[in-house]
Design a binder for this molecule. Structure first.
Ligand SMILES: Nc1nc2c(ncn2[C@@H]2O[C@H](COP(=O)(O)OP(=O)(O)O)[C@@H](O)[C@H]2O)c(=O)[nH]1
Ligand SMILES: [Mg+2]
Length: 382
């Protein structure tokens, strides 16, 4: 029995070896293919546009800002120019997500289409105003430093002028919405370009369900179909434990809120170190419980650092037909998309990477639990 687990692990390790090398971007990114015109003719929106730089943090943080900004655009009735995601370079929105489902929420146009088809006539260089929150108290400098400079540079945008704005981001408050409209009338400000997202991190609870409009692109679907061939049912687990996380969690004891923690904690509860950094005993026993509950054939392990393969193998050795799979994909979005479709998901309540998966699963009515917080039995029948 142990041998069979070993051989399966060996297969998983082989998979790991073949999948973790970095592809040439051109193999994957649809945007690197020949560009074609927009799917529909682009008409200028007299209600104006909004664009921001998703310049804070990595994907999980950016996604929360993105959802919040979509809500702002909808409330102030401007078309959202979908900014590229910011990694080591700009990644067009449509490389990772479909456009049409977002359109079902609100009017949007990709930044590339906007710059190619609308900006030359309607937003010429001399009219490009950048807006910073609470400037001039702080310096504005729309393009100072990384990622700000490269983000706008890659879109071909320089600013002729910089202006101050000081508005709230609570879109549940009609007064805040009114103030936005007063500050930015569309005839004076056809395009509002913001240095940062007009949204909270962590995401406002009322904006979480906007995630149902984020559907993985065909390119991501193809990658998954090719690479994730494990047997179902499967349990997906997210182990956030890189050095940056270990350092952060040292500050996480007995505080009311930390990063994405409101996704599981009420304001009356407190963050604990275990919530941020679960023990190996918790990881093993929680995973075991999920395996039993969904009768899993596979445990899919996603992590930024240590997959704890040895510990999980030892802890699950009595389940002789359960395969541990750790693909370590070159693109974190592959992990996100796979975790999204697990039969049960266990994540880290403090992590915004987990939060992305949790929101997607909630939209699909799939069960999720958090390390050191709850157990599969608590969320059954959902
Ligand atoms: N491939 C992969 N990358 C991860 C995983 N967890 C974290 N990362 C990487 O670490 C980053 C963490 O930053 P962020 O997304 O802001 O989430 P947070 O820091 O956990 O709130 C991610 O964007 C990924 O680049 C994982 O399970 N798989
Ligand atoms: Mg982060």
């Amino acid at each position: 029995m142990f041998c069979s687990v070993l051989s399966r692990l060996f297969t998983a390790a082989l998979l790991l070896a073949t999948l973790s090398h970095h592809h040439e971007d051109a193999d994957f990114y649809p945007s690197s293919k020949l560009r074609v015109g927009p799917a529909q003719s682009l008409e200028w929106d007299p209600n104006g546009y909004l664009i921001f730089c998703p310049c804070m943090g990595r994907f999980g943080n950016q996604a929360e800002h993105y959802l919040g900004s979509l809500r702002v655009a909808k409330e102030i009735n401007r078309t959202l120019i979908l900014p590229p995601w910011r990694s080591y370079k700009n990644i067009p929105f449509t490389d990772w997500f479909k456009l049409e489902p977002v359109r079902a929420y609100h009017r949007v146009v990709t930044a590339h289409d906007f710059m190619e088809f609308l900006a030359p006539e309607h937003w010429p260089p001399e009219k490009r105003i950048g807006h910073c929150w609470n400037f001039p108290k702080n310096k504005c400098e729309m393009k100072a430093g990384n990622p700000f400079g490269p983000f706008w540079d890659e879109l071909g945008i320089d600013f002729a002028e910089e202006q101050n704005y000081r508005l709230g981001n609570d879109m549940d408050n009609p007064q805040v919405v009114r103030e936005w409209k007063e500050r930015f009338p569309p005839d004076m400000h056809p395009v509002v370009a913001l240095k940062g997202a007009p949204a909270k991190f962590p995401i406002a609870a009322s904006n979480r369900n906007i995630q149902r409009h984020f559907i993985w692109s065909d390119a991501i679907e193809r990658e998954i179909k090719e690479k994730f061939t494990a047997e179902r049912p499967f349990v997906g687990i997210h182990l956030r434990n890189g050095q940056d996380w270990v350092n952060s969690c040292n500050h996480a004891g007995d505080i009311p809120q930390f990063f994405a923690s409101p996704q599981c904690l009420s304001s009356a509860q407190r963050v604990t170190k275990d919530l941020c950094m679960p023990s190996i005993e918790e990881i093993v026993s929680h995973t075991r419980e999920a395996v039993i509950r969904v009768r899993a054939k596979t445990v899919y392990i996603a992590t930024d650092n240590n997959p704890y393969l040895d510990e999980l193998r030892a802890g699950l050795q009595d389940f002789d037909d359960v395969v541990l799979l750790h693909l370590n994909p070159w693109l974190p979005q592959i992990d996100l998309a796979i975790l999204g479709r697990a039969d049960h998901f266990i994540g880290n309540c403090v992590s915004s990477f987990t939060a992305f998966v949790k929101r997607e699963r909630d939209a699909q009515n799939r069960t999720s639990t958090f390390w050191s917080f709850n157990r599969p039995g608590d969320v059954s029948g959902k």
